[in-house]
Design a protein around this ligand. Sequence first.
Ligand SMILES: [Zn+2]
Length: 503
Amino acid sequence: MSGTFRENGVTTAVHLVSAAALAGLALLSAGCSGESDGAKPPKQTASKTTSDAGPSQGASESPDPPPQKVADPPPQKPEPAIIYRPDDARPQHDDQALADLGIHLYESRRLKLYSDLPPELVRPLPELMDRAYAAWEEYFGPLPPDRAESDFQMTGYIMRDRRLFLETGLLPDDLPDFPHGRHRGAEFWMNEQEHDFYRRHLMVHEGTHCFMTIMPQVSPPLWYIEGMAELFGTHRTSAPGRSTFRIMPGASLDVRGWGRLQILAGERSAGRVQSLDEIFAYSGNSFLETKAYVWSWALCKFLDTHPRYRDRFHELRDYQEGSAFVRRFQEVFQPDQVEMNRDWAFFAADLDYGYDVERSVIDWKSGRALEVGSEAEDDVAADRGWQSSGLSVKPGETYEISADGRVVLAVHPRPWESEADGVTIRYHADRPLGMLMARIVPDTVTKIAQKATVGVGKRNVLTPTEPGTLYFRVNDFWGELADNSGAYRVKVRRLPSPPKRSR
Ligand SMILES: [Zn+2]
């Protein structure tokens, strides 16, 4: 509303990353279980990075050269120890003997893939893995070289007849059971999946683990390990040879078998939205359930995309060893803890196919209370997500809200106009498109319940049930904000209490 003031970046002494999150770190080795591996991402791969770095020409980790006298020769500048990737320890197979049994090899620069599936299902996969590899390199930076100076390559197994892979030794019998996929070192195993998309998704998910955890001592928290694997697995192939990774899926048909957003919607309806701290605390056992993958993906997607957080999040790629990730995460995000919890709460409450993060960034305003009998007014734009009124409200108070004007909700096939009651041709979240919606959210929120959101329409009376800031938006699908235009002029007037009606 007009004349409101901005909250000035309030910080608190509370730690963003809880002790529970740190505890979760220690449980990392329980690994990726539910939908993929139960695996032990780090720690199981071979040698150390720096300490046994091999022939490094007298390199030393000591930062201080010895003190020198005038007559001494100039000091040798310490050279950094060369960091190597562990040697390639993948087993060699008798490809001809396997082919005779119906297991064929498909190979690209980054992947050797063995499968007993029909060739047309498998043939495109190694190339996709090469494109994913390029995307990992771009995001995380290149892997260190190995001593043999060979290309990093993975070996994968996609199994229809699991017994055949056991009998041939391709599926090691010491590999714990898994429902979908599992990785170890530079190898991964997958059960055949019904849908093409999900087969590809799962392959890139496991490949992401191989890439991210091939270096020893890598141990970021589980939500990050699994969330990033999910993030890269979620891809779109727009033309032959061209894939985009880390996408926000636009529709369920584009990502058949993936189902993450349906699960998320179900969790939301059941009142089980997760706060940041709850996700930070995920342990290996959490990943026995697919929903842990869903929330981990959602959190990585949020941090990877939101303009306020994405640069800091990306920088964490350089803090993968030991406890560095958790420490750095705390350093860079703690100052914004309250704001980040609130941004996450809105994201988690609304995340859906095509969710438009840029248009949903909220310009935070809060703290202004209206006197009884006074009013405030402002525009609520149709092409944005939630917009703060800047008004703080409390239980026991009563507000009359009225909205004038028209907005355009779609351009094609013809401009589709609406007033604040909405148009009942199409619904989103059980309300007509175009309807003025309201939501009351405390400034220190960590999760938002579904009941916090109400339909307002052209005229209504609002009686808050909890204190918070009042937000508005024009109802529409989250992936369809870009073709909207116009705004409602919304007036909020504080009425004398007690309330006569409520919604
Ligand atoms: Zn995984």
